[in-house]
Design a protein around this ligand. Structure first.
Ligand code: NAP
Ligand code: MG
Length: 478
């Protein structure tokens, strides 16, 4: 049985309750994690506060913090094989994908480790006799609730910049995927991270997660997950007047004009929905194609899509199973409903022979043309389902791209640079790619949503602003 990590100590839940760790590869339980709840969240928030007020963490200079973060990055890379195995078994993703996730996790620590002592304050011109400085300070205790789709990458994305800015953190990983967070905490400690700077409380969302979001002792909550829970988290944060960064869902469009370079576009378009079995907030789940080229483009996409193979981590194919039975049922519900409504299936990938029968495998499916009113046109499936739709012209493409509640990513595919730029400017999304697509990775690139996809920015140097505060210091010297 695994233990959770609070104030530098490994512990069980005070009532000894546990949760099974189930692998989506075969549906079998293979370990247990503590079922932490409000009591353990109290301990973790206290430990984080002490780390800031009386502990070694609060006394570290920015340079020292950067050195520790760099050490963590190196430690992670030294353990890349082990962490890859842990992550692949826990999430079911192909080994190559899991390995990439661990490398990106390390990359976050390298990037923010290097940035830690390069965040400067400002001097502000003011009245004679005054010196005004703007100090950039940590927020204090920051809370981090992450989902199960990219556990390792999420740890890096949210924890590395928080630590770089000198905050003390409490992390609540998803109940389905807590193992990489626990091993990460162990390795970070070995790399010199002082007690209390990182606390990991495992448990259920509605218990440990809700207690963390509602805790009066936190100074920021960073949440990645569903819109439903994001709303609850923001309500809880509002009661304590706590700042909230929300990274929620998406329904990101690939906007393909007739003059697009299809040799380049098609494999990227397929990968952007198949990667991680479509369980990616930034999945390119809508394929919008200029009317006259629709048949030719979807035919090319269908050819590649039909070759997609789903398998176990060790098979290392295009993608793995879905995360849990609920997610499998959800994805199949969307596929069945679209079929029942008569939406044409253009291609389906295949589940490889020999996958264990208890695993949560779904067949990737390309639908089109999808009516604009169909659920597949506007709702997030969070699975390997791509909805192709034709558009009439540039204005229609923009209207269609912006026609969902979400606004996370978008891509424009065109060899006409002027048009690509116009469309990119008109699309409402936190990131827009022209003739490329960046699901996952991209540590350097500020990332986040508009509309129902959330607010606040992560990644890049902007994350350091989100995870810190300013103090305006006015000094009269005569
Ligand atoms: P979820 O149910 O919202 O869970 C996300 C996290 O919140 C988990 O750690 C979960 O814990 C916790 N949680 C659940 N109920 C809670 C509550 N009442 N209070 C506080 N925390 C609670 O989402 P999911 O099913 O894991 O992930 C799928 C969704 O997340 C999709 O909509 C996807 O688009 C979105 N997502 C967005 C991004 C992004 O960056 N924008 C990235 C990944 C996923 P338990 O798992 O233990 O219940
Ligand atoms: Mg698991």
């Amino acid at each position: 049985m695994k233990k959770m990590f609070i104030g530098g100590q490994w512990m069980t839940a005070h009532d000894e309750r546990t949760l099974p760790v189930v692998s989506p590869v075969d549906g079998q339980a293979y370990d247990d994690i503590p079922r932490g709840a409000a009591h353990e969240i109290d301990l973790a928030v206290d430990a984080a506060r002490r780390a800031l007020d009386d502990g070694a963490w609060g006394r570290m200079t920015a340079t020292e913090r950067g050195r520790v973060l760099h050490g963590i990055g190196k430690k992670l890379l030294d353990h890349v094989d082990e962490l890859t195995e842990i992550e692949a078994r826990d999430t079911g993703k192909p080994l190559a994908t899991a390995r990439n996730d661990i490398v990106v996790l390390a990359r976050y620590f390298e990037f923010y480790g290097a940035a830690a002592d390069k965040v400067h304050g400002e001097v502000i011109p003011f009245q004679n006799g005054h010196h005004v400085s703007l100090l950039r300070e940590p927020l204090g205790v920051t809370a981090h609730i992450i989902p199960w789709n990219y556990p390792a990458q999420m740890i890096g994305r949210t924890i590395a910049p928080a630590l770089a800015m000198g905050n003390a953190t409490v992390l609540k990983p998803a109940e389905d995927t807590s193992l990489s967070a626990l091993r990460f905490a162990e390795l970070a400690t070995e790399a010199g991270l002082p007690a209390g700077a990182l606390n990991v409380v495992t448990g259920l969302g509605e218990e440990a997660g809700a207690a963390l979001a509602a805790h009066p002792g936190i100074d920021l909550i960073s949440f990645t997950g569903s819109n439903e829970v994001g709303t609850l988290v923001q309500q809880a944060a509002a009661r304590n007047a706590v700042k909230c960064v929300l990274e929620l869902g998406g329904k990101s469009p690939q906007i393909v004009f007739a003059d697009a370079d299809l040799d380049r576009a098609v494999p990227i378009i397929v990968k952007a929905i198949i990667q991680n079995a479509g369980q990616t907030c930034t999945a390119g789940s809508r394929l919008l194609v200029e009317q006259g080229a629709f048949d030719a483009v979807v035919e090319r996409v269908a050819q590649v899509f039909a070759k997609v193979r789903v398998g176990t981590p060790a098979m290392d194919l295009d993608c793995g199973p879905l995360m849990n039975p609920a997610q499998l049922a959800r994805v199949n519900r969307y596929i069945d409903a679209a079929r029942a409504a008569g939406v044409p299936v253009l291609a389906q990938g295949r589940i490889a022979d020999g996958v264990p029968s208890g695993g949560y495998y779904a067949r990737p499916t390309l639908f089109g043309p999808v009516p604009r009113t169909d659920a597949l046109a506007c709702e997030e499936v969070f699975g390997p389902v791509l909805a192709a739709m034709p558009f009439a012209d540039e204005a229609d493409a923009i209207a269609l791209a912006n026609g969902t509640p979400y606004g996370l990513l978008a891509a424009v595919w065109s060899e006409n640079a002027g048009r690509a730029y116009r469309v990119a400017k008109a699309v409402r999304a936190g990131q827009v790619f022209v003739n490329c697509y960046g699901a996952g990775g991209g540590v350097e690139l500020p990332f986040g949503g508009t509309k129902r996809s959330g607010h606040g920015r992560e990644k890049g140097l902007l994350a350091l602003e989100e995870l810190s505060s300013t103090k305006t210091l006015v000094h009269f010297h005569g």
